[in-house]
Design a protein around this ligand. Structure first.
Ligand code: GDP
Ligand code: IMO
Ligand code: MG
Length: 422
């Protein structure tokens, strides 16, 4: 029994959802520790195919308690829609909770997100999901945000809104957007209170008792390190900390209680949104990765930028996150390539560096590659490490070596059982 964290090791969309769904078969508690409905976590299991945005990916196991943690930002409208979609496939949702401290995404946060993006100079766009993430976390940091607990106390909520909305209306007016009134937000929150009031809890006793009684706990990260607010490609980042440090603040757990930190590492690279992406391919190989890998955003449908595996980013990710192991996903996508490349360094102004530099230098970094032979073999039915082609094993071992943490899982297809446990 242990606390296991699932952390995105690259630019997001590494396959975190499918790993959480897999581990949740034996989990007592799954906690989403940061982010909001900007997530698109794809899960394919006996109930069907889902792109989860705010529901933890443990939701399919009726015995698993799913907690949307204190470090998250919650749009109850999205949650309502998602619960309905999941329930339609026969999933019984009864163990879902939201921590009282989670901040609430209001419709005006989404409007402001879109307007702020539209106001950026060309080439400086973050390419956000327009889910209101930046604006809601800004309110949180400015200590003017509305938290889940506030909707349980209408009088308190009203005062908080009377203080917040004049400043939000100034921003909305600046962008030529319609103003909001205290009454309309009070009404919205009243409807959320009716639907979700009994799900809003103080998670301290739940998490503390689960940890102290040795329950199996899975922490689910959103996005990946390269878009972490502090360690990612700022300002082209999200507004929370997907990195392992974010688990402690987001789920309310001490670092010493986390037993395993599994980095989810895609066997190549993808990124969606703005900012530098040194290994990006603009050729046939990039198109082939996108089409075989189905690399289109689970939340926005945008085509993902694709590139070869970036060993520099992986090593940096392992250093900052302290991975105890890695899960390499989407190996099968590489099955039909004659040659593969792995980035082992960045050339920055003629100097080869082996760490991810600050954004302005990433913008000029040129990847240094080594070439690997492809295996030209369909791995999608392989279920044992020994049965993988030697060339595939060599490629995976090189990823393991560059990343610096042992391989624990390799996935060879999107379905729950298309996984090799090492
Ligand atoms: P997440 O945000 O980290 O949960 O990842 P996404 O769900 O956004 O993106 C991963 C995509 O790859 C989804 O479409 C998954 O169904 C798919 N996927 C996950 N693992 C594998 C795999 O091993 N092979 C293939 N071919 N697809 C996979
Ligand atoms: P999962 O959890 C990939 C990207 C956006 C944008 C930047 C900031 O599925 O891995 P935001 O809406 O958070 O303000 O956008 O981060 N982004 C993601 N990219 N996967 C995600 O989530 C993402 N969530 C946000 O494209 O560049
Ligand atoms: Mg995703």
């Amino acid at each position: 029994m242990s606390v296991t964290a699932i952390v995105g090791a690259q630019w997001g969309d590494e396959g975190k959802g499918r790993l959480v769904d897999y581990l949740a078969q034996n989990a007592d508690l799954v906690i989403r520790y940061q982010g909001g409905d900007n997530a698109g976590h794809t899960v394919i299991n006996e109930y069907g195919k889902f792109a989860l945005h705010i529901l933890p990916s443990g939701i399919f196991n009726p015995k698993t308690v799913c907690l949307v943690g204190a470090g998250t930002v919650v749009n109850f409208n999205t949650m309502e829609k998602e619960i309905a979609e999941v329930a339609e496939s026969g999933v019984i949702i009864k163990n879902l909770y939201v921590d009282k401290r989670a901040h609430l995404i209001m419709p005006f946060h989404c409007l402001l997100d879109g307007a702020e993006e539209a106001s950026k100079k060309k080439g400086w766009e973050v390419g956000t999901t327009k889910r209101g993430i930046g604006p809601v976390y800004s309110d949180k940091a400015a200590r003017v945000g509305i938290r889940a607990v506030d909707i349980l106390h209408p009088e308190r909520l009203k005062v908080r809104l009377e203080m917040l909305l004049p400043r939000k209306n100034r921003e909305l007016t600046y962008f030529g957007l319609p103003e909001v009134t205290v009454d309309e937000i009070m009404e919205l929150c009243a409807s959320w209170r009716e639907k979700f009031g009994d799900k809003i809890i103080d998670s301290i006793p739940l998490v503390r008792d689960a940890v102290l009684s040795g329950k199996n706990i899975v922490m689910e990260g959103q996005l990946g390190i390269m878009r972490d607010l502090d360690w990612g490609i700022y300002p082209y980042t999200t507004s929370s900390n997907p990195t392992a440090g974010g688990i402690c603040s987001g789920a309310g757990i001490s670092p010493k209680r986390i037993d395993n930190i599994i980095g989810i590492v895609k066997a190549y690279s993808t990124s969606v949104g703005g900012g530098p992406f040194s290994v990006e391919l603009f050729d046939e190989d990039g198109d082939k990765l996108r089409s075989i890998g189905g690399e289109y955003g689970a939340t926005t449908g945008r085509p993902r930028r694709c590139g070869w595996f970036d060993g520099v980013a992986a090593a940096y990710s392992c250093w900052i996150n302290g991975f105890t192991g890695i899960a390499i996903t989407k190996l099968d996508v590489l099955d039909s390539f004659d040659n593969l490349k792995i980035c082992t360094g960045y050339n920055v102004n003629g100097e080869i560096i082996d760490y991810v530099p600050e954004t302005s230098l990433q913008e000029i970094a040129e990847p240094v590659y080594e070439v690997w032979e492809g295996w030209n073999y369909d791995t999608t039915s392989v279920r044992k490490w020994e049965d993988l082609p030697e060339k595939a094993k060599a490629y995976l071992k090189r990823i393991e070596e560059l990343t610096g943490a042992p391989i624990q899982f390799v996935s060879v297809g999107p379905e729950r059982d298309q996984i090799i446990i090492k």
